[in-house]
Write a protein that binds this ligand. Structure first.
Ligand SMILES: [Cu+2]
Length: 112
């Protein structure tokens, strides 16, 4: 009986690692120049202080962004003020299961 309980414990599913389920800007979105509020939402809780956002500029230079958690523990936020061009937000997040996942959100800032 105790052995069966142990197996049940070991077989219980682990927390999923973080998968991006929603983003602002959306991938390949065109946004107006000026203040851009960035929000990335994941399918599970993330460790915001140990996650990072990097901005890839049109000239392919990379810049670490100061990101912060939000009202809910599954969201990362930052703000941008950028000239027009094609950009990528490169994210790397640590989920509560200890796994790191990465991805890119490309977007364009239009000149109007
Ligand atoms: Cu995982």
């Amino acid at each position: 009986m105790r052995l069966a309980a142990l197996f049940t414990l070991l077989a219980s599913p682990a927390f999923a690692h973080a998968i991006l389920i929603d983003s602002t800007p959306a991938p390949k979105a065109h946004v107006h120049s000026g203040h851009v509020e960035v929000a990335l939402r994941y399918n599970s809780r993330i460790d915001a202080p140990r996650s990072k956002l990097t901005l890839i500029r049109p000239d392919h230079s990379a810049q670490r962004l100061a990101s912060h958690g939000a009202e809910t523990p599954d969201v990362l936020k930052t703000t941008l003020d950028l000239p027009p061009g094609d950009y990528v937000i490169r994210w790397q997040v640590l989920a509560i299961d200890g796994h790191i996942t990465r991805g890119d959100v490309p977007f364009t800032i239009d000149a109007h």
